[in-house]
Ligand binder design. Structure first.
Ligand code: ADP
Length: 282
């Protein structure tokens, strides 16, 4: 079947310096699909282009070349505030730092109400709160956890759950999650990843989940692409990570057994962040 999101030969070049003479190819001719009902893991070390891909799909950046299609339609056709809103009804984002994605001066419940008022303007406040309550339960919290509170009154894990709830309120088909667990407590990472798996299964939402941690990315994903210097170097079912072809992925994969053992016991594992850059592969 047709993918929900398709990247066709997508590149993104940043020009730096006063004269724009320094060019950084953050994303280099990437072809990638997000298919119906799957969790696609986008894996790669820091600087490999993962966030840039998320931002391209979320229309924060425009591709330098290539096309991004949503159900066959070039997403650059979603223009202006009306077009963007139509797009964001279907495609939502969750970002790394939940504190940065909530206005610190607004109560979280008010932010969630604003989303509902913006997307469902004729709904009564009573119905809005009922919908918010149901949505908050999907991420493992309840209305009483949230009432009256400002962002800083939540733990990082709770606030990340609420940013997932915010994305869910518009009933999107796809959620692009950019390193959604790398800033939350190690002990709650699996719980948050399990929310994505539950949402996929119970609501049929598709996901692209970006990560630099091979163990966690493999855990949550049905399919994985591995990025290295802006290019996809490996792609396939999550199992490919057990026997990767590319030397870069082989290097990443070396840490899997250690991670697996630790998460069986659900202990904290900090080996998850693998800093490979310094070893100079490729
Ligand atoms: P990742 O998410 O895998 O860490 P990024 O997509 O953030 O990687 O970055 C890929 C490359 O593009 C890096 O070299 C980064 O410095 C560069 N880059 C990302 N965003 C910008 C930007 N807005 N301006 C200039 N360079 C950028």
């Amino acid at each position: 079947s047709e993918p929900i999101i398709r990247l066709e030969n997508v590149s993104k070049i940043f020009k730096l310096g006063l004269l724009g003479k320094t060019m950084i190819k953050a994303v280099d001719r990437v072809n990638m699909d997000i298919r119906e009902g799957e969790i696609l893991g986008i894996l790669g070390e820091s600087g490999s282009g993962k966030s840039t891909i998320a931002r391209l799909i979320l229309k924060i950046y425009e591709p330098t070349s290539g096309r991004i299609l949503y159900r066959g339609r070039d997403i650059k056709e979603y223009r202006g505030s009306k077009g963007l809103k139509e797009y964001y009804r279907k495609v939502q984002g969750v970002f790394q730092d939940p504190y940065a994605s909530f206005n610190p001066r607004r109560r979280v419940l008010d932010v969630l109400r604003d989303v509902m008022k913006n997307y469902y303007p004729i709904t009564s406040l009573q119905d809005i709160d009922r919908e918010i309550g149901l949505t908050i339960e999907k991420v493992g919290l309840s209305m009483s956890d949230v009432i009256g509170k400002y962002p800083h009154e939540f733990s990082g894990g709770q606030l990340q759950r609420l940013s997932i709830a915010r994305a869910l309120l518009v009933k999107p088909e796809v959620i692009i999650a950019d390193e959604p667990v790398s800033m939350v407590d190690a002990s709650t990472r699996i719980d948050i990843l399990n929310i994505f798996i539950d949402l996929k299964e119970s609501e049929g939402i598709s996901f692209a989940i970006i990560g630099h941690d091979l163990g966690l990315t493999r855990y949550v994903s049905d399919r994985v692409v591995v990025l290295y210097r802006g290019q996809i170097v490996e792609e396939g079912s999550a199992e490919i990570l057990s026997e990767p072809l590319h030397p870069y992925t082989q290097m990443l994969a070396k840490s899997i057994p250690r991670i697996d053992k630790k998460w069986e016991s659900k202990l904290e594992y900090s080996v998850g962040s693998i800093e490979l850059g310094a070893r100079g592969i490729g």
